[in-house]
Design a protein around this ligand. Structure first.
Ligand code: AMP
Length: 118
């Protein structure tokens, strides 16, 4: 369900809220999750607020979804060993709290249950 107020991620993109930004181009921003669940826990976020979840994004702009995956791989290579887990919570009952599509990139020594509580 789209939010009426700008999402917290839109406010980070607009520099209204500080964040540890690790990547940015015209289409995508990536920053450290404020509540990390792994040694490396980044959020890769398209700048457009048009899509609330990954299914909507995949239908409308598959190339942007592919770019998110490419950025995730690049960041996991820079910050860990290049291996990573990509999580898209999609819906409130799966733990989604920000309805501006975003990928959680988890890397480092993960255990099977990492992020299970989110
Ligand atoms: P989700 O629960 O999948 O919607 O993920 C939202 C994520 O955004 C959570 O992991 C939060 O810890 C993270 N988060 C919320 N506010 C901020 C913030 N200001 N800076 C960085 N990460 C945030």
């Amino acid at each position: 369900m789209p939010e009426t107020e700008p999402s917290i991620f839109t406010r980070i993109i607009a520099r209204e809220i500080p964040a540890d930004i690790v990547f940015e181009n015209d289409r995508i921003i990536a920053f450290t999750d404020i509540n990390p669940q792994a040694e490396v826990h980044l959020l890769v976020v398209p700048k457009t607020a048009q899509y609330s979840n990954v299914a909507e994004l995949a239908v409308a702009q598959p190339e942007l979804l592919a770019e998110i995956v490419t950025v995730a791989k690049q960041l996991a290579t820079e910050r860990a060993n290049g291996e990573f887990r990509l999580v898209f919570n999609s819906g409130a009952t799966t733990g989604q709290t920000v309805f501006h599509v975003h990928a959680h990139v988890l890397s480092g020594q993960l255990t099977e249950g990492t992020l299970a509580q989110q």
